[in-house]
Design a protein around this ligand. Structure first.
Ligand code: SF4
Length: 243
């Protein structure tokens, strides 16, 4: 099997919620999604911020890290690549400006948590963890897309929920908050760790884990229109049309 069925993380759960067949393709059969411009830019920015925060933290150097970490895959032409490169550059110029004002200390970047809940192992990797002057923690997830709803409460996010639970369970960070950093808008949205319902979050993870364990992989055809496998999936109407 490609992936340990008893090991859960947010990406697996999200994929299963989108479509169980998509989960099977990605985590059991090991099929890969191709990169598209938005996802490729996301990789470049995440890599640049990881390297910058791990090795430097001088805002004047951030764009040099961006150039070093640039990933050219996923673009259909040099012109398209340049267009997206410039979008990312603009985001990081704004990020660098915000860095001059930062009052927190960056504790770590791309740090992985792991904890056990019964037979289940829960893992996650957090983009950035800050320590505030009052000793509290902030776990931060970067969002580089522009198609986002900034008004959605963070407490509704299963991703931030498991990060908040993971920070407490794996690292004993009792006081702190979980934050989405919308890099394209230079905007942060946060919720305190204790605003998340730990039981509900773990129940969601484990109930989906049990479905995966029993091989419950019914297609969710409502997701086909935006699914990266929709031209090669046996259940997809788009794939059938193409035949
Ligand atoms: S094309 Fe549709 S049925 Fe197939 S994996 Fe994607 S969402 Fe699921």
């Amino acid at each position: 099997m490609y992936s340990d069925v008893y090991e859960l993380n947010y990406s697996k759960i999200k994929t299963y919620q989108e479509c169980p067949v998509l989960y099977k393709y990605k985590y059991i059969e090991g099929k890969r999604e191709g990169l598209v411009p938005a996802s490729s830019l996301g990789v470049s920015i995440h890599r640049a911020l990881e390297e910058y925060h791990k090795h430097c933290n001088d805002p004047a150097e951030l764009l040099a890290y961006y150039d070093d970490c640039w990933l050219g895959a996923g673009y259909s032409s040099a012109g398209e690549q340049m267009e997206w490169y410039l979008k990312g550059k603009k985001m990081l110029e704004t990020y660098a400006q915000a860095e001059y004002e930062r009052k927190t200390t960056v504790d770590s970047a791309e740090r992985e948590f792991i904890f056990q809940e019964g037979q289940w192992t829960l893992r996650g990797k957090i983009d950035r963890i800050d320590k505030h002057p009052d000793g509290s923690w902030e776990v931060i997830d970067y969002k580089t897309g522009t198609d986002v709803d900034l008004s959605l409460p963070v407490t509704e996010s299963l991703q931030m929920g498991i990060y908040a639970v993971g920070a407490r369970r794996a690292w004993n960070m009792q006081k702190g908050k979980a934050t989405f950093y919308f890099v394209a808008f230079n905007q942060k949205v946060s919720a305190p760790f204790d605003a998340f319902d730990e039981k509900k979050i773990l129940d969601t993870f484990i109930s989906i884990g049990k479905k995966i364990e029993t091989g419950d992989f019914e297609p969710n055809l409502e997701h086909c229109a935006v699914c990266p496998f929709n031209t090669r999936c046996e259940h997809s109407a788009l794939a059938k049309q193409a035949q």
